[in-house]
Design a protein around this ligand. Structure first.
Ligand code: UDP
Length: 260
């Protein structure tokens, strides 16, 4: 087994559809899986990086969410395997690091999108782009007035690397996300316009415990890592749409945009 200097634990499905497919497995990935990697980090004396999530804030009562907000999470709902799994992982990483003298980092990732997402990922950005390209109905869950703040993947990765390699001044979890808050309705309209799609909007029921608002407070990342997102939603969506056009033409899922 090779010896590592740094270990990034990014292992867990993050799309609600996928993490709810086998909820026990998701909870165990966050607990046993994280312990397995922590033990490897202890053996190698490696620095350990844990991917946590804005979901640990649940359906937040504080807006925007700062790192010291403790969250509003249902322990027994359909999202709990992920939310509570990731909360437990933060505790385990912190305590294990302290007991074994390891340097640990915890990032709280807010909604992220970009090229290389799977067409069946199930999250909102990829769903809307694929639906718009195929001319299928755009599925808005609930009223569409719930908000999210979408971060382009390159910005997120830059934040990861800065956090992992920062030498000092990191105390506890750090939010990484784009504070530009948008409603799901606005996202649908923007994607329809950018794709030039004639897809209709249809409404489906809002999933249980779907958070109503989400927006990171990134003052900590700015102060400690000199990090802030550089890619606008428009530019990030343009790259993501171009990726899906290419991906769907090579995988045989022809889009009406390509056909015309
Ligand atoms: N959503 C939607 N239509 C979809 C997929 C998601 O309206 O086809 C909504 C979902 O209910 C939530 C938001 O978009 O309010 C973000 O959902 P996603 O699954 O991308 O991530 P979440 O932030 O819920 O983990």
């Amino acid at each position: 087994m090779p010896k590592f200097d740094q270990i990034y634990n990014l292992a867990c499905p993050a799309s609600p559809v996928h993490y709810q497919y086998d909820r026990v497995k998701t909870a165990l990935t966050c607990s046993h899986g994280t312990l397995n990697l922590l033990q490897k980090a202890a053996a190698d004396r490696a620095r350990f990086f844990q991917a946590s999530t804005s979901e640990i804030y649940g359906d937040p009562e504080v807006h925007p969410q700062t790192e010291n907000y403790r969250g509003n999470v249902n322990t027994v709902g359909p999202r709990s395997c992920y939310d509570e799994g990731k909360r437990f992982a933060e505790t385990l990483v912190t305590d294990f690091g302290a007991q074994h003298g390891l340097t640990t980092r915890i990032v709280r990732i807010f909604n992220t999108y970009g090229p290389r997402m799977h067409p069946d990922d199930g999250r909102v950005v990829s769903n809307f782009i694929v639906q718009a390209l195929l001319g299928e109905d755009i599925t808005i869950y609930g009223s569409g007035e719930q908000t999210r703040s979408f971060c382009f993947v390159d910005d997120l990765v830059e934040g990861f690397v800065r956090l992992m390699n920062a030498d000092s001044g990191i105390d506890g979890p750090v939010n990484i996300g784009n504070p530009n808050e948008t409603t799901v309705n606005q996202l649908a309209e923007q994607i329809l316009e950018m794709v030039g799609s004639k897809s209709k909007i249809v409404h489906h029921p809002l999933p249980v415990d779907d958070p109503r608002r989400r927006k990171p407070d990134i003052s900590n990342a700015l102060a400690r890592l000199n990090w802030s997102p550089q890619v606008s939603l428009h530019d990030g969506l343009a790259e993501t749409i171009a990726y899906f056009i290419e991906e769907m033409s090579t995988s045989g899922r022809r889009s009406s945009a390509l056909a015309s």
